[in-house]
Design a protein around this ligand. Structure first.
Ligand SMILES: [Zn+2]
Length: 238
């Protein structure tokens, strides 16, 4: 469950990410009032039993068999904001590649804690972009085709919505990627998630990369991630 919203006086509408059906909206009638209503907390992973009323175009939750409630996601502000951002990203993908996103988000929810939340979000964002076939190449400039020099700072080409070499930069260094950060993205993307989480990154680099990947996602997908502001705000406070 990646979203839960109050509907009318007593109901809730849940958004579920199904590996098979993509995004599925279901209503829990009487969730605010009735003790007998099925209870499910945000970020719960479960087998959800749904009654699909095709005539009324409504689906309601009948029951669920819990796999994990991912209570760690709600254990701190950092983890809550990170889980909320990852959920919002999945929502912006509109149910495309739902199997890959389900697999990724459930593993990220499993592993998320107060110490690793920046790295988890960074990995999550670059992996969703890679799945969508966006900004996958951190070795060659997609505009001129030239291989990046080892110490090159990348710019951004707004028409391709992709990082590019410094000569092809169309944003006046407004979205730059330093060489060590580029190597981190390139190398960690070539490994499975558990190995990628083992890469050592200084806290300073984590903060910079977190900002970078959020702006990269916004630019590449033409969205404005609302949950990102809360997460970045925390970073500027501590
Ligand atoms: Zn170029």
């Amino acid at each position: 469950m990646i979203k839960s919203e109050r509907r009318k006086e007593h109901d809730r509408q849940l958004c579920l990410l199904s590996p098979v059906w993509g995004l599925k909206y279901v209503t829990v009638y009487g969730a605010q009032k009735s003790r007998r209503a099925v209870k499910a907390s945000l970020y719960t992973e479960a087998v959800f039993h749904i009654y699909d009323n095709r005539e009324r175009h409504q689906a309601s939750l009948v029951d669920l068999n819990i796999i994990s409630i991912h209570e760690n996601c709600l254990s701190s502000l950092q983890t809550s904001f990170a889980a909320s951002l990852m959920s919002e990203i999945v929502l912006t993908q509109r149910g495309e590649d739902s199997l890959a996103h389900y697999d990724l988000i459930s593993r990220c929810f499993d592993l998320l804690n107060e110490d690793n939340y920046r790295i988890i979000v960074i990995q999550f964002v670059i992996r969703v972009l890679a799945t969508a076939g966006l900004v996958t190449d951190f070795t060659h400039c997609p505009v001129c085709g030239r291989a990046y020099a080892d110490d090159e700072i990348l710019g951004f080409d707004s028409s391709l919505a992709s990082p590019c070499c410094h000569t092809c930069d169309t944003m006046n260094s407004g979205l730059i990627l330093p060489p060590n950060a580029r190597r981190y993205i390139r190398d960690s993307l070539s490994c499975q998630l558990p190995q990628a989480l083992g890469f050592i990154l200084s806290e300073n680099m984590q903060r910079r990369l977190l900002r970078y990947v959020i702006r990269l996602y916004d630019s590449a997908c033409s969205v404005m991630l609302k949950s990102a502001a809360a997460l970045l705000e925390l970073d500027s406070l501590d």
